[in-house]
Design a protein around this ligand. Structure first.
Ligand code: ATP
Length: 707
């Protein structure tokens, strides 16, 4: 059918639409109130069945209460092919609700199959389809409306699409309205404006390793969190929140994203850093060396930074080559595990080595090493008891033999090394090994002597632990955010804990500022998974920043040596990016203070002054406080992000965003023409939503002078 043309939406149309939606909203509130009143009062008694029913009722109360302030955000009028009925308006919300009398859906959960049309429909399709449990359903979209409801009030109705209307594409008006809002100190959900390319990732099948290269601000973190909510809904009973895990770069970032899952109704998903997770499992006796502070090691200024190559500790110890080396060592260890000797319990009572070996190598082969050791010793003990019972009938002699036998068994057990990850790992560095870079081996040995390790040793230690004790649990789904900083070994370790890969791996190589431990190409991570179990996607559209900021940052991109395409801005225009020269240190502080004051006055909620190193930031924060401006200094190891005005070293700003950003000291010393510095400056610039200013003294950095 060819859509007939229709005149453009008039002010009267807008008023009519608003009235229509207000009336439907009032009906919705009535329905919710009715349902709430029918649930009945809470039960506090001791009857077990009633208690279970009360749990369900409480769940329903909570859902309805949540719906009672902002019941839905979108409407899609859909006409199913082959059905006579008129288009049905579907209202889509963060939670679903059925009509009490007929059980028909009244509000549709955004994760339901039919709701996918709300996101995937681009405005140009004649017919659309979605996958329902009963098969593919086809039909036509007649209308799409975005609705903004706050605190029970309908605030805005945006007619994004009307079949036969003048504007046949979808209107971006609602998205732009949302993107233009000021942010607070938490990342938010985006259910009302998920874009088609993002929706595809959110709804991708579960048993895949999804690898996503996404431009800065393309919504990677947000999309990953929405994907978890989707998987829990779609695979109810198969996927549990307690068996999902999110790995993120630091605890402050975890704090920043911590609001999204509860907003989406998802609880109990473990959110952690790889180091915290590994250290918790490895136990008390392993701790990180003080020298593991990254700021001092890797983010000092250009000339002072150690060079990065394949023997750089993080890259070497994160590689699959290191894993293979470790595997070979573990095999050697296992092969030499049993002492080649019989166990003589007492004179003439011999348990032959042949039998010990058979138990250990054949019967218990499928158990992890620690369990094999335990089983073997248990079996030897039972053998001893049997011998005593069958062979010795005199009680006194039996007591005597038992003592000898136990003593000898104990001596035998001592020859079987304890399956302990740290002890084993230490032995690997006892003697020089030609497969290991010399300095790296020497440094590791020195640290291990003090019982300390570097973060890059953690995958190896976990691998050894897993080999010896078996996997410590399993995951239904793993999210790895900022995955350009993750090593192939880490991924292999997590993969080995699952029967089938189910990963969302997201990152941006252009922000790969941890090149000393991360990957340079996504293929390095992809190799861990079989070809038919991985899928690669790119997100190019960037939603965070204005057109001007993205255009500016795109010009730094070629210096990063990543050959990534430029990010595509959503057309949200703002002020031009400013490059300001100051003459003296005092002028520098004055300029920063005035940036903060001015942007506060203009209603910017979150403002960041981004410095190049942690030392420089500490100093700057002091100077600003002395000048009467209160700021939060963000430092390594900090676990909370407080919003407001922050002074933050660029390497800790990654993942965060601020309404207004001032990048300080953008000169050739702090940002030289080098890929690592280019990535740092790219990160700094792409943190800004609405306003970006760069400050320099002397001459500007070569990374921006040509821009
Ligand atoms: N579809 C969308 N609708 C509204 N806002 C969106 C959408 N997608 C992303 N955003 C917003 O864009 C910003 C960037 O999102 P997010 O932090 O998830 O991106 P990212 O790709 O992880 O960024 P980076 O790699 O730069 O840290 C957030 O404010 C997010 O709310």
């Amino acid at each position: 059918m060819t859509p007939e043309r229709r005149t453009q939406e008039t002010p009267q149309d807008k008023t009519d639409a608003f009235q229509e939606e207000r009336s439907r909203l009032n009906q919705t509130f009535q329905e919710i109130d009715n349902q709430l009143s029918q649930i009945g009062p809470a039960y506090y008694g001791h009857d077990f069945v009633e208690q279970l029913l009360e749990e369900k009722r409480q769940e329903m109360r909570q859902r309805l209460t949540l719906l009672s302030t902002e019941p839905y955000f979108g409407r899609l009028d859909f006409q199913e092919s082959g059905k006579q009925q008129a288009p049905v308006p579907l209202y889509i919300g963060k939670r679903g609700m059925d009509r009490k009398d007929t059980s028909d859906p009244y509000i549709i959960d955004w994760r339901a199959p039919v709701a996918s049309l709300f996101y995937s429909f681009t405005g140009g399709e004649e017919t659309v389809s979605y996958d329902a449990p009963e098969g593919t359903i086809q039909g036509e979209v007649h209308r799409k409306r975005n609705l903004s409801i706050r605190e029970k009030e309908l605030q805005r109705v945006v007619e994004s699409y009307v079949r036969g209307g003048d504007n046949m594409g979808l209107s971006d008006e609602f998205l732009l309205y949302r993107l233009g809002e000021k942010k607070d100190n938490r990342l938010r959900d985006i259910v009302s404006t998920i874009q088609a390319e993002q929706d595809k990732i959110i709804r991708a099948p579960r048993h895949l390793a999804l690898i996503i290269q996404g431009a800065a601000g393309s919504g990677k973190t947000t999309v990953a969190l929405h994907r978890l909510a989707y998987l829990l809904y779609q695979y109810q009973g198969q996927v549990r929140a307690e068996r999902m895990i999110i790995f993120a770069p630091n605890t402050m970032f975890l704090d920043y994203i911590s609001g999204v899952l509860p907003e989406l109704g998802v609880g109990s998903v473990k959110q952690t850093t790889f180091a915290d997770w590994a250290l918790e499992l490895l136990g008390q006796e392993i701790h990180l060396a003080e020298a593991s502070s990254e700021g001092a090691r890797w983010f000092s200024l250009g000339g002072e930074r150690p060079p990065i190559d394949d023997s750089t500790p993080g890259r070497f110890k994160g590689s699959l080559r290191y894993k293979d080396w470790l595997d070979a060592k573990l095999r050697e260890f296992e092969a030499a595990y049993l002492p080649h000797q019989d166990m003589e319990a007492w004179e003439g009572c011999v348990l032959p080595f042949r039998l010990i070996r058979e138990w250990f190598e054949v019967e218990y082969r499928h158990y992890p090493l620690a369990m094999r050791r335990e089983r073997l010793l248990g079996r030897m003990n039972r053998w001893l008891e049997m011998q005593l019972k069958e062979r010795i009938h005199d009680a006194k002699i039996r007591k005597d033999r038992a003592k000898t036998g136990k003593h000898r068994l104990k001596a035998y057990a001592k020859k079987l090394p304890e399956a302990d990850a740290l002890s084993f790992y230490k032995t690997l560095f006892d003697r020089p090994d030609p497969s290991l870079p010399e300095t790296l081996a020497a440094q590791t040995k020195a640290l291990l002597r003090k019982g300390a390790v570097m973060p890059e040793d953690l995958p190896a230690l976990m691998w050894v632990r897993q080999y010896m004790h078996g996997p410590s649990g399993s995951f239904d789904h793993v999210v790895l955010d900022e995955a350009q900083d993750v090593s192939p070994f880490q991924i292999a370790l997590l993969g080995a804990m699952m029967t089938e890969p189910s990963f969302t791996i997201l990152g941006d190589l252009a922000q790969g500022i941890h090149a000393y431990r991360g990957v340079r190409r996504w293929e390095e991570l992809a190799e861990v998974f079989p070809e038919d179990r991985r899928s690669y996607h790119e997100l190019r559209q960037s939603y965070r920043s204005t057109f001007e900021i993205i255009e500016f940052a795109n010009r730094i991109l070629p210096f990063t040596d990543t050959s990534l395409p430029p990010a595509q801005p959503v057309f949200r225009s703002g002020e031009p990016v400013k490059l300001i020269e100051v003459q003296t240190p005092d002028e520098r502080i004055l300029a920063i203070v005035s940036f903060i004051t001015e942007n506060r006055r203009r209603g910017m909620n979150t403002i960041a002054v981004i410095g190049r190193t942690d030392e420089a930031c500490a100093k700057l924060a002091q100077e600003l406080r002395r000048a009467g401006t209160e700021v939060h200094l963000i430092a390594e190891g900090q676990s909370q992000y407080r919003g407001g005005v922050s002074v933050v070293p660029v390497f800790l700003a990654k993942g965060l965003e601020f309404d207004a950003v001032l990048a300080a000291d953008v000169d050739p010393v702090h940002y030289s023409q080098d890929p690592q510095d280019a990535k740092l400056l790219y990160v700094a610039c792409t943190r800004a939503l609405h306003k970006l200013t760069l400050l320099y003294q002397g001459s500007p950095s070569p990374l921006v002078s040509a821009t």
